[in-house]
Design a protein around this ligand. Structure first.
Ligand SMILES: Nc1ncnc2c1ncn2[C@@H]1O[C@H](COP(=O)(O)OP(=O)(O)OP(=O)(O)O)[C@@H](O)[C@H]1O
Length: 248
C-alpha cells in the first residue's frame, strides 16, 4: 500500500457529476508526484480530496495507513497565492504554524532561519510581505509549509504566477528541501516542463480521469542541464501528445 493511497475516488459538485471520476493513485513514501492537466480538469479538486479538504462520494483516501476524513496539521500546503500575514515578518510567518500549536523555542527560530536561508532569504527574514517580491513570498510560503516537517506536502500550482527563471530557481530549491526532509509530495501543475523537471512520477488528468501516467526516469539531482537533455524532451513531447497538441 502506498503512503498516499487514493482508491477509486469519485466526487461531484452538486449537479456537476463526476468531476473526479473513479480515480486511483498511490505515492510511495518520499516520492515526488506531479498531477498534470489542463484548466478545469479537476486537479485542485483531487488535491483537496487527497488532503481531506473535500470528501468523496465513493472510494477512500489513506495517508500513512490512516483513512483521511479531514485535514491534519501533519500535512503541509502551498497554494498559488502565498497567503502570508501582511502584519508579520517573513520569519514570523514561517513560525506561525508552530506558534498556533505551542510556545516558540530557540530551536524553532534556528530552524526557521535555516529554512529561509536555504530558499535564499537570509537577508530578508525581518521584512514584511509587502517588502518582498512575489517569488520571495512564495519562498516564505514553502519554508512555512516545511517547518513542521509535514508527512506529506500538497502544492497547488505554487509557482504559476512567477516569471520563468524565478520559477526554475524555486523548483530547484523545493527539490533540495524535500530531499533533505524526505517529504512525500503531491504537486499540481499545468506546466509540462515543470512536472517533468520535478517528478518521480506524473499522472495526467482529463475530465476527472487519469488518462496517462509515467515514471520520470531522469537522474537526480535534477540540474539546469536536465532541462535540455534528450530524455527530458522525449518525456515532454510524449506528455504533450497525450494532452492534445492542438490545444497547447
Ligand atoms: N466549489 C465549486 N463548486 C462547483 N464547481 C466547482 C467548484 N470548484 C471547481 N468546480 C468545477 O469543477 C471542475 C474542476 O475544477 P478544479 O478547480 O478542480 O480544476 P483544475 O484542473 O484545478 O483547474 P485550474 O487548472 O484552472 O485551476 C471545473 O469545471 C470547475 O468549474
Amino acid at each position: 500500500m502506498g503512503f498516499l493511497e487514493i482508491q477509486n475516488v469519485r466526487f461531484s459538485y452538486g449537479q456537476q457529476r463526476n468531476i473526479i471520476d473513479h480515480v486511483s493513485w498511490q505515492i510511495e513514501k518520499g516520492e515526488f508526484h506531479c498531477l498534470l492537466g489542463r484548466s478545469g480538469c479537476g486537479k485542485t479538486t483531487l488535491l483537496k480530496l487527497a488532503a481531506g479538504l473535500l470528501q468523496g462520494e465513493d472510494g477512500q483516501i489513506m495517508i500513512n495507513n490512516k483513512k483521511v476524513t479531514k485535514p491534519s496539521n501533519e500535512y503541509g500546503f502551498v497554494f498559488q497565492s502565498p497567503t502570508l500575514l501582511e502584519w508579520k515578518t517573513a520569519i514570523e510567518n514561517v513560525l506561525l504554524p508552530i506558534k498556533l500549536k505551542r510556545k516558540i523555542k530557540e530551536q524553532d527560530q534556528l530552524e526557521a532561519n535555516n529554512l529561509l536561508a536555504q530558499v535564499g532569504l537570509a537577508e530578508h527574514i525581518h521584512k514584511f510581505p509587502s517588502e518582498l517580491s512575489g517569488g520571495q513570498q512564495s519562498r516564505v510560503a514553502i519554508a512555512r509549509a516545511l517547518i513542521q516537517k509535514p508527512i506529506i506536502l500538497f502544492l497547488d500550482e505554487p509557482f504559476a504566477a512567477l516569471d520563468a527563471i524565478t520559477r526554475e530557481e524555486l523548483q530547484h530549491d523545493l527539490l533540495q528541501l524535500c530531499k533533505e526532509q524526505e517529504t512525500t509530495v503531491l504537486f499540481i501543475t499545468h506546466d509540462i516542463s515543470e512536472a517533468v523537471f520535478l517528478a518521480d512520477r506524473i499522472a495526467v488528468l482529463d475530465r476527472g480521469k487519469i488518462i496517462f501516467d509515467t515514471i520520470i526516469n531522469l537522474e537526480r539531482p535534477r540540474l539546469e542541464n536536465t532541462r535540455y537533455s534528450v530524455s527530458f524532451n522525449t518525456y515532454s513531447k510524449k506528455i504533450r501528445d497525450v494532452m492534445g497538441s492542438k490545444h497547447i
